[in-house]
Design a protein around this ligand. Sequence first.
Ligand SMILES: Cc1cc2nc3c(=O)[nH]c(=O)nc-3n(C[C@H](O)[C@H](O)[C@H](O)COP(=O)(O)O)c2cc1C
Length: 271
Amino acid sequence: MDSAHTQYFMQLLSTHRSIRRYKPDPIDQTLIDTILEASIKGSSTSGNLTGFSMILTRDDERKARLYDMHEQQEMILQAPLVITFCADVNRTRRWLTLRGARDNFNNFEGFIVAAFDAMILSQSVALAFEAHGYGICYMGTTLDACIEIAEFLELPETVFPVTSLVVGVPDEEPVKRDRLPLRAYVHDETYQPPTDEELLDCYKDRDVQGWERYRSVGGEIIAEMERLGITNLAQYYTSELKYSPEQTLESSRDLWRLLVEKRFAAGAGEA
Ligand SMILES: Cc1cc2nc3c(=O)[nH]c(=O)nc-3n(C[C@H](O)[C@H](O)[C@H](O)COP(=O)(O)O)c2cc1C
């Protein structure tokens, strides 16, 4: 591999970031097909079973429906393309059946493996669009609205929406967001829990920068933080303004309900 190749890839990683404002310019269909095909071929997948599907939404009226499901995140309306990535073993199971093989993967492990495949693919797709100058943002709200989205996209048994990407021409140039220092993530040979002091030291910059970033939005959010008695970033994260325990529990229940409905729950909870 030549060093230009290496440098290009490292640069792609270093400029990878979420874009939340888009120009309306459409994306050429041939380019979309090229990027998706290259991403599929360039992504690892368990057993080469490719346990994923992608559903493309470009129609404005259908995007408006998704916008409501995704907590009205404006970028869904702005960006010309929304891709919903699904864990999908339906296709594989039909092939197994048609070829006289035993049915399988309609169980919890089947879901986890297919969900990983879909997530791995989504990051390849994200990087490939970025390599062509487009911007992307993941939509975690896919999980919160999984029941409505599954119905809207007419997902059959053993197909489950795990994440979405909005894709389009960036209309902003956000600064790169921080990550924790490497020592927070990497352990040598065995897991080595940090002391409380070491852990807080890893979050030292995040505690300041993240707090300032949310506060810089100004206006209503500051008033809301004050009303709720939020005095630091950690408290903000689990407040009702971001990821409240009530909301994540409610989403967890919906996820489980849909896993059961889509026949992905077998084996889970059994000793
Ligand atoms: C699975 C997943 C779901 C996400 N969901 C949302 C979302 O719903 N809305 C949003 O604005 N950003 C979303 N993001 C973007 C993250 O907030 C973002 O990746 C993170 O803050 C780091 O910033 P960066 O991507 O610019 O480096 C999501 C990211 C991931 C990986």
